[in-house]
Design a protein around this ligand. Sequence first.
Ligand SMILES: [Zn+2]
Ligand SMILES: [Zn+2]
Length: 361
Amino acid sequence: MKFKAKNFICKNCGGVLRYNAVAHELKCDFCGSIERIEKSNEPIEEYDFNEGLRKSYKNRLIDNREIRCNKCGATFKLDYYELSSLCPYCKTPIITDFTKEIKPKSLIPFEITEREAQERFKKWIGSLWFAPNRLKDFVDGNKKLTGYYLPYWTFDSNTRTRYSGQRGDIYFVTVQRRVEINGREEIIEEQEPRIRWTPVSGEVYNSFDDITVGASKTIPHNLLDRLAPWNTKELVPFNQKYLSGFISEEYTIDLNDGFKYAKEQMKRVIIRDIKLDIGGDQQQIDYMNTEYSDTTYKDTLFPIYSAEFKWQGKVYDYLINAQTGKVVGERPYSIAKISIAIISTITILATIYYLYGRYHH
Ligand SMILES: [Zn+2]
Ligand SMILES: [Zn+2]
């Protein structure tokens, strides 16, 4: 299936315009002219979750997408989920149309430039205590980063959770113990802690706002979710102009699965609240059941820089939140540094043990 590539063209010289994170506007590749992105006053809306599910069941997979570069004329293939990309031959931005029933209505624009992102990455590697020294020198070379707009779901939901469990209260009992003091046997009294368990049950209510869930399969989910928090107050109405120069994707984790991930995030908060509700010194939850109501969602795009580096034959992925600058990724460790740290810890523990033994006889 052939798709039309869209570009934004400079009125001054006919060059290609790209989004510029410094100006927050489009900038011409050739003459540097700035073209304003008209700001829409449209409110960022929430959509009903059940209606969204009905919509998403209508999706048809549109594969084999072919696109022709407006600048060099080359034809190339796009993945079925790609919304914008760069021509593989001349790097000209290309933008296409949506294929999904649910379309992103908002996005967070790139705040951080590629150079700033590189600086953040170097700092991050430098701050890793266990990273090998030679690695820090290695990453000083400028690595090329790829800018992505990746799909995220955000969810709002009101929950009511019924639970039952046990509340544990610590109390002390006096016990007698025989000890030998200076060769003579004596009886001393000691306070010993015990726990009293009482059955409890109750209800907790929560109201969740903008739980964010990564909706792309191209980057491991655990990495994507570690890029949070996102400031969703800075969402702007969707405009294709923001995509110019970046790779962007439509969602590949659908609304239903996205909500499953959101439930896991909500569950952590609900469990914390149940424990507070139970009170006491220790808590056990034997049963919990959550009902969700007024659930709404948004389909949005968040800006991310991604790159990888090869170190001693292994590839390491890392991502940078292009709104906040937060870096997450895998990191190589220096065996030598870790060994030294372990040996020092053992030495400290041995010393403490020795001193403790001396003072407690
Ligand atoms: Zn121009
Ligand atoms: Zn091209």
